[in-house]
Design a protein around this ligand. Structure first.
Ligand SMILES: *Cc1c(COP(=O)(O)O)cnc(C)c1O
Length: 409
């Protein structure tokens, strides 16, 4: 695409955008003057779909009118509610329906997955994560290592920025039990080649899992085909499921009936046909659903479902195509004047660009905020902006770039 730095060109891109209508399906926060904010923070908290209020009202009404009967006779019977999110979730992460489930929150799911998939031995006890991983992932991983009686000082390996994972695996792969990387790094916005990493990890006998918090709903995923062992993600970033939304989890079908895997069990993971017989012996539902513990919060799930329905209609392929154009436009408008730490190649990033501010970063960020831009500041010197294809326009990006250039120069 040959971009141009003028308002008419931004308008032209919006007019030609087949997904432009989707912006109307979201509530865009307003500035004090009542104008739309330039919201570039969907990587942190996605906006509220207009349909969420009615979706919640439906469940409140069923609760009001039916009480406990809502589990069986509600419009969307609560006992089955998580199943109403399965097909959309499978589409978003490139999975078979039985490989995904929406449950709990992200860090909880990481722990549940590690219970099953981190089985350290004396010879193979290490976990490989990316350097600068999100703190919760670091805490979770270190606590799992300690829980098994190992020491993070010797059992935790960090992939340095720019380090070649295959040579690291050649060196240390035989002692690595689990590779657990972010599909897209939250800070730099780097998209990892998950297919390649999965293959390389498996050749060395490692389990390979991904944290897709910044990848789900952002980039194209093919977890099943890539052969990823497990993955977890949250639903409140690109997936717009609301603050603290119920998270997602993928377990490859090769483990669907693997009774040898240890797991923490609860009644919602128990065989559906006999769940309400309340017997003492746990029998897991085949597939990802078998990792559920509790009956889920229906109100929270209703918001996630409303948003996932939009993704399912828009389709990830279309969203990604727009995203590449939209972020490419932002990069073009920066004109090489700022230090972008996100990779330049579209295949190595999602929609986010992270800008390292050599001076006055915080002041620039405050000026952006005052001008009605919502983006975020990460210590020590990084501004992250994420134009998302569902509700951001090319005009958003154009206006942002102008405001940014004024604030930063
Ligand atoms: C956002 C994010 C989290 C947050 O964890 P929660 O359990 O949802 O609070 C964890 N890890 C990564 C990589 C994230 O981006």
């Amino acid at each position: 695409m040959k971009y141009e730095n003028n308002i008419a060109f931004a308008e032209k891109l919006d007019a030609a955008d087949p997904l432009a209508e989707y912006r109307k399906k979201f509530h865009i926060p307003k500035t004090k003057n009542g104008d739309d904010c330039i919201y570039l923070c969907g990587n942190s908290l996605g906006l509220q779909p207009v349909t969420v209020a009615a979706a919640l009202k439906q469940e409140l009404d069923d609760w009001k009118n039916l009480g406990v009967e809502g589990h069986f006779h509600g419009k969307n019977p609560w006992k089955d509610y998580h199943e109403f999110l399965t097909q959309q979730t499978a589409h978003i992460v490139g999975a078979k329906p039985a490989e995904v489930v929406v449950m709990n929150n992200l860090t909880v799911n990481l722990h549940l997955m590690m219970v099953s998939f981190y089985r350290p031995t004396k010879a193979r006890h290490k976990i490989l994560i990316e350097g600068g991983a999100f703190p919760s992932d670091q805490y979770a991983v270190k606590s799992q290592i300690l829980f098994h009686g190992f020491d993070p000082a010797t059992s935790l390996v960090e992939l340095k920025t720019g380090e070649d994972i295959e040579s690291l695996l050649d060196r240390e792969g035989d002692s690595i039990a689990l590779i657990l990387l972010g599909g897209v790094n939250y800070y730099t916005g780097q998209l990892f080649d998950m297919e390649k990493i999965t293959g390389a990890g498996h050749r060395k006998g490692c389990i390979v899992g991904f944290d897709l918090a910044h990848a789900a709903g952002n980039v194209l995923l093919e977890l099943h085909r890539w052969g990823v062992d497990f993955a977890c993600w949250c639903s409140y970033k690109y997936l717009n499921g609301g603050p603290g939304a119920v998270a997602g989890c993928f377990v490859h079908e090769r483990f669907a009936n693997d009774a040898a895997l240890p797991r923490f069990a609860g009644w919602w993971g128990h065989d559906k046909a006999s769940r309400f017989r309340m017997g003492p012996d746990f029998r897991a539902i085949p597939g990802a659903e078998g990792w559920q513990l509790s009956n889920p919060s229906i109100l929270a799930m209703a918001a996630v479902k409303a948003s996932l329905d939009i993704f399912y209609e828009a389709k990830m392929e279309n969203l990604r195509a727009k995203s590449v154009l939209l972020t490419g436009y932002l990069e073009y408008l920066f004109g090489g004047r700022f230090e972008i730490i996100t990779p330049r190649a579209a295949a190595e990033r999602g929609c986010q660009l992270s800008i390292r501010m050599s001076k006055d970063g915080r002041k620039v960020f405050d000026a952006l905020t005052a001008a009605g831009v919502v983006c975020d500041w990460r210590e020590p010197d990084c501004i992250r902006v994420a134009p998302v294809p569902l509700y951001n326009s090319f005009m958003d990006v154009y206006r942002f770039a102008k405001i940014f250039a004024e604030a930063a120069t």
